[in-house]
Ligand binder design. Structure first.
Ligand code: ADP
Ligand code: ADP
Length: 226
């Protein structure tokens, strides 16, 4: 079953010199429910732009994006978004950062008992009361993932979540992400620079190819699961 449909999406920015920058040019893509898809491509090819459109943080210049048949118009916890780094509230503990995912949806009272489950799931038991500056970068990314997952999103959008991590921590988080995906079957859309990471984690890799100022080609490679 197709979960996400991206049809003829264009996104043109106007930069500060009034030049038109075509970040996305006629992008078409469908993502099946439960699929783990990676989007790879060089810097500036439009990966973050596409993910922001999927998150509802930005709108296409033309074209349509939908999830479960509904047009994507604004941010919704149905699509959890995990940034490269630094997205935790520094003034809140690990536990409260995860709770903020529930509070944003007004279901904190109903689901607060889930918090300890997600803390266990991401391997952070014992760090509930720690603040972001007291934990490592890899742990912070786990918290960001838990904060998104606790809302049981239909899809998790991951923008280079391991981009700022050293290779050991990165491998560790990759394992964790794969384990979570196998357990929950949340649809995953991962943006990465790292081809090895994309091959290790995903069912399918989408390559964005930049031409001057535009995305003109998307190649899809279906990989067998290991
Ligand atoms: P990637 O994530 O693949 O590095 P981006 O989606 O961040 O690429 O950017 C795609 C293109 O759009 C780049 O040329 C970038 O400079 C341009 N761009 C992105 N955001 C803006 C913006 N807010 N204003 C102007 N140009 C932008
Ligand atoms: P409580 O003591 O009820 O748990 P918190 O201090 O944890 O309340 O804050 C409640 C929520 O409000 C947090 O989950 C956080 O998302 C949000 N919040 C708190 N302070 C700020 C702030 N300065 N800017 C933006 N959001 C904030």
């Amino acid at each position: 079953r197709e979960l996400i449909e991206i049809q003829n999406v264009f996104r043109t920015y106007v930069d500060d010199k009034e030049n038109q920058v075509e970040a996305l040019f006629d992008v078409n893509l469908s993502v099946r429910e439960g699929e783990f898809i990676s989007i790879i491509g060089p810097s500036g090819c439009g990966k973050t732009t596409l993910l922001r459109l999927l998150a509802g943080l930005d709108a296409p210049t033309s074209g349509a994006l939908s999830i479960n048949g509904h047009e994507i118009k604004s941010p919704d916890p149905e699509r959890g978004y995990v940034f490269q780094q630094g997205s935790l509230f520094p003034w809140l503990t690990v536990e409260k950062n995860i709770a903020s995912g529930l509070k944003a949806r007004g279901v904190y009272q109903k689901q607060k008992q889930d918090i300890s489950h997600y803390i266990q799931l991401i391997g952070l038991a014992g760090f509930e009361k720690s603040y972001p500056h007291q934990i490592s970068g890899g742990m912070a990314q786990r918290v960001a993932i838990a904060r998104a997952l606790i809302n049981r999103p239909a899809a998790l959008l991951l923008d280079e979540p391991m981009g700022a991590l050293d290779s050991f921590t990165r491998a560790d988080l990759q394992e964790k992400l794969l384990e979570l995906w196998k357990k929950n079957h949340t649809t995953m859309i991962l943006v990465t620079h790292d081809v090895d990471e994309a091959i290790f984690l995903s069912d399918r890799i989408v390559i964005m190819t930049p031409r001057p100022g535009q995305i003109s080609e998307i190649l899809k490679i279906d990989l067998p699961r290991p």
